[in-house]
Design a binder for this molecule. Sequence first.
Ligand code: NAD
Length: 326
Amino acid sequence: MTTALITGGAGFIGSHVADRLVAEGWVVHVVDNLATGKAAQVPERARFHQLDIRDGDAARLVADVKPDALVHLAAQMDVRKSVAEPVFDAETNIVGTLNLLEAVRRHSPRTRVVFSSTGGAIYGDATTPPNRETFEKNPESPYAAAKLAVETYLAYYARIHGLEYAALRYGNVYGPRQDPHGEAGVVAIFCGRLLNGQPLTVFGDGRQTRDYVYVGDVVDATFRAAVQRLPAAGLLDARAFNVGTGVATDVLQLAEELARAAGVEPHVVHAPERPGEQRTSYLDVRKAREQLGWQPHTSLRDGLAASYEWFAQQADAALRSPARSA
Ligand SMILES: NC(=O)c1ccc[n+]([C@@H]2O[C@H](COP(=O)([O-])OP(=O)(O)OC[C@H]3O[C@@H](n4cnc5c(N)ncnc54)[C@H](O)[C@@H]3O)[C@@H](O)[C@H]2O)c1
């Protein structure tokens, strides 16, 4: 039996990864402190451990379970919070990760670590996209600096201790169960506003671009990174893979597509540009195609329609819930 331990498995991406690994017949352990995750999102056939990766118990679980794959998705993932509280961000995103890596090094050296890094935030504005894995990195937030720091540790652990790992630099991930505070939070926010009949607020001219990638495609890349043969490790970018679509989409296009999914005309209002907001960001995903055999299959239109549908169902269920009608 193949065993996985998924940190952050009650969250947006993690719960979808858990669904997939359960469906593949794996034994799945989920570790999550429910900071933003929801226990109800953990698949029934997974074993849920409500633990914090900053504490020793999560590391002890890694030592006990000795999973084939440690899919490490638990994180403080709110970029703005990382700016306001960089120490808290580093405690979770760097020190919490090191707790797990030390458990792997000492007790389970054959475990493959699959780490959720960021392609949306790690390269900064000094490159000309589409960004390749080897491009210069200039993290523009403590959140992105922490992700890059972890990638540096991972390369070190591989070089010195033979750690098996892959670092996936996800684009802006959207889809059912996503949180409005995540890197593609705008999709969740726009869905909520459309469902309430409110206008869509766009900061600045709305021409800032991102690489929006559907969660189902991200799950597939994550699965492949957990099971496939990988190139030699040791240098910083050797085991890093961009996971996006290779397509730049701006906020106005998103507004238009989501309004289409909702069956209404887009009603956009502009607010002042947000200082420090990255202008252009999208990813070159050839390496994941060549080395993981992965490519995204979900078009933006289909992915946004599925996302809107999910948010609409949630709103409907909330209206019907006894708590609301009581
Ligand atoms: N969503 C995106 O667009 C995106 C893009 C790039 C990278 N990522 C990364 O992917 C991973 C998953 O992101 P997501 O969007 O699913 O976010 P999410 O918030 O839904 O998932 C993170 C999970 O980690 C849990 N968690 C937080 N702190 C913890 C701690 N100290 N101990 C144990 N569990 C803890 C949360 O409760 C949550 O369930 C994160 O590492 C994030 O940085 C996400």
